[in-house]
Design a protein around this ligand. Sequence first.
Ligand SMILES: C[S@@+](CC[C@H](N)C(=O)[O-])C[C@H]1O[C@@H](n2cnc3c(N)ncnc32)[C@H](O)[C@@H]1O
Length: 395
Amino acid sequence: MRKAKTAGFTLSAVRWYFSEMETLHETIFQSAADLSCLDSESVDLVVTSPPYPMIEMWDGILGEQDRRIVDAIQDGDGFSAFELMHRILDKIWSECYRVLKAGAFACINIGDATRKIGQGFRLYTNHSRITSFCETISFQSLPAILWRKQTNAPNKFMGSGMLPSGAYITLEHEYILVFRKGGKRKFANHEKSRRQRSAFFWEERNVWFSDIWDFKGVRQSLGEKESRQRSAAFPFELAFRLINMYSMQEDTVLDPFVGTGTTTVAAMASGRNSYGVEIDVDLAAVIDSTVQTVAGSMNERQIQRLHGHTDFVKEYQENRQRKLGYLNKPHGFPVMTRQEINLSIPIVTRIHKTETAQFRVHHEQQNDSSVLTVETKGFAHKPQSASQLNLALSS
Ligand SMILES: C[S@@+](CC[C@H](N)C(=O)[O-])C[C@H]1O[C@@H](n2cnc3c(N)ncnc32)[C@H](O)[C@@H]1O
């Protein structure tokens, strides 16, 4: 291994210590019911959240895709409306299955719905309807995540108040259903180093792979009133975690209901390529504005991961009075397991908008920290704030 102790290394040595990569992010404006624009077995991960059947805000867009839905709701036939809405989604899950590679994951965020149609108030169990359909097309069900979305709204309880027995439980959670196309993903020899640099920290594993997530939902700034009403964006953190849990750097992530582009920006921040599909062409400007809005803070979550890890190391070593057993090579800090020694966090250095809602993103990451001084261990440029990253959104 080449060692360069001080300034004045040759260019090739510097290149060896740092590497660059480029990712592409494309949005396709059409219904995801037909993804023939994507090859079979070309996608490494699906992260998505569909319009939720039987939640009123989605009646319009689903009704436009099948007029019988509108008739069923008008006729007070909630169950037929529910089934017809899911038949639209079924086609999209089948397309996701086709485009996913063997062993790849699909993570679907969905909530159930409670609704009174005609005289009948009932629960519409979207999560179980999607699970049974996905199993019929050969997706393997894996343990799901409950995303707890607690509300303090005073009117959150429905029904007969304090009198038995006509009050209803408040739904304060959604699901993240996890499916896999067949058995475990196989990694070719040439993919092994990419898999190792895509590792996550031991302490992140302990939180991310728990079955209850309780981060708060986030609001995103949206340009257009109509689109905001229809957005229902999920939090950046939800997409970011799933992408880092179930894919490797430079993999391709698909969101067939990309909406405002949350999955796109989470893929950018994670060093993955992405495809987004969206039926509502008005959201093109919203996706551009999502990218524009978060461009300056694109690396904040990755920097937070590094700070979180150094805090963890300090606390662990102080409390246990012993050092962690391994040294991470790219960042130069101790880690808990051998699997984390090549973990390298990618940083976005430039975002280039090639067309509306299409982006080319440059990333940089460290291969070896032995070149760094003690003060800069963690990151070559030791970025503390977004402005220091010199991130430019150019078009
Ligand atoms: C729950 S929202 C997705 C929100 C997204 N996760 C975000 O963070 O902004 C569902 C999206 O699916 C879109 N949609 C509905 N039917 C579709 C279809 N057949 N194909 C593609 N997109 C569709 C809607 O316009 C909406 O933007």
